[in-house]
Design a protein around this ligand. Structure first.
Ligand SMILES: [Ca+2]
Ligand SMILES: [Ca+2]
Length: 359
């Protein structure tokens, strides 16, 4: 059992603070947020972040799906407007600290949640991210894989591996005449039968590989970033051998038809983004993977190079809890039959990296 840090009193204080600091921002105030946006992002660096935001639902019941029912009024999760607002603030606070130009975000219920997040980012944290890449994927849990960005996306396509799996947004960003392709992912979770869930992830991996290979064949220098929550760790069969997210940089530099998994740069015991409480093990489910052209020594070179020193799992002390320092989530839980609420962020840690324009 994970140690429970927050107590009821903390919860009340946090909630009171949240409601005092956060007047309910009307959903429709997008013009205001657009007007407040800053000029184009700096072109010499592009920051990319990845985060599975865990059950990022609004509080309204979507009558077209039962996927959000437990997070709707009267549902099991006791998800209230105040808690939703606090989640928006918590997520926005961390995102604004990472300062991404492009954020790939998973487990978001709908466009409204993304718009609310944009509004809080802009109004409360002065980090406007005015563009959205989103599509309702008809997921059984009503959760989508999306992007928000400070750079206007060009062509967007959705990689649908199979019905019932999260579609992966594949967005092209035209920056100073060069194209950066970013693919966000949320592969099938490991719940249920292990073989069946791995087979589903394999189909998703094949779809992503097909897409990036096509781009590399057209342009061997193509700048491609593939990120997400893959529900498999570095070196597991599906990411390593199906998606070809390689951990050996030489292989990528020489072959050019695979991607380099940046988490291979981190120490082996420092790659975990998710902690499985049943077996008390860390998993590196979230990674950022890049094409050869983006590697500092990659040839042919893309217009940008990954700055290896910037790649990290973004964690602040407040994002951890318990003796293992695991991701501090925001959710209803129970201890000895007593329900309580954890008022953190997500059960995953985010990742961030900077690409620098080559000179
Ligand atoms: Ca809802
Ligand atoms: Ca519903």
């Amino acid at each position: 059992m994970m140690t429970r840090l927050p107590r009821l009193s903390n919860f009340i204080v946090a909630l009171a603070l949240a409601s005092a600091l956060l007047p309910l921002l009307p959903h429709a105030a997008q013009e205001a947020s657009a007007a407040a946006s800053t000029p184009a992002p700096p072109r010499d660096a592009i920051v990319i972040a990845q985060w599975n935001a865990e059950n990022f639902y609004d509080t309204e019941d979507d009558p077209d799906t039962s996927g959000d029912d437990s997070f709707s009024s009267g549902g099991w999760a006791h998800w209230t407007e105040a808690r939703y607002r606090l989640k928006l603030t918590n997520v926005a606070e961390i995102v604004s600290a990472m300062k991404p130009d492009i954020l790939c975000i998973e487990e978001v219920e709908n466009l409204r949640v993304l718009q609310d997040l944009q509004e809080v980012l802009s109004a409360t944290f002065q980090w406007p991210m005015e563009f959205v890449v989103h599509k309702d994927s008809r997921d059984p849990r009503a959760l989508d894989c999306a992007m928000i960005s400070r750079i206007k996306p060009g062509k967007v396509k959705w990689l649908n591996a199979a019905p019932g799996l999260h579609a992966s947004p594949c967005a092209e960003f035209k920056i100073d005449g060069a194209t950066l392709t970013v693919i966000g992912n949320h592969w099938k979770s490991r719940t249920g039968n292990a073989k069946i869930s791995a087979a589903k992830r394999e189909v998703q991996a094949d779809k992503v590989r097909e897409e990036y290979l096509r781009r590399l064949e057209a342009d061997p220098a193509a700048a491609i970033v593939v990120t997400g929550d893959f529900n498999d760790s570095i070196g597991d069969r599906v990411p390593l051998d199906c998606a070809m997210f390689r951990t050996n940089i030489t292989e990528v530099l020489e072959g050019g038809d695979s991607l380099f998994c940046l988490s291979a740069l981190l120490p082996e015991d420092g790659r975990g983004t998710f902690f499985y409480s049943q077996n008390k093990k860390w998993h590196s489910f979230d990674t950022i993977n890049v094409s050869r052209g983006l590697l500092p020594e990659g040839k042919p070179a893309s217009p940008w190079a990954v700055d290896f020193t910037t790649y990290r799992i973004y964690v602040e002390d407040r994002m951890r809890m318990g003796e293992y320092g695991v991701p501090y989530p925001m959710r209803r839980d129970r201890e000895k039959g007593e329900p309580y609420f954890l008022l953190g962020y997500s059960d995953h840690f985010p990742l961030v990296v900077t690409l620098r324009r080559r000179r």
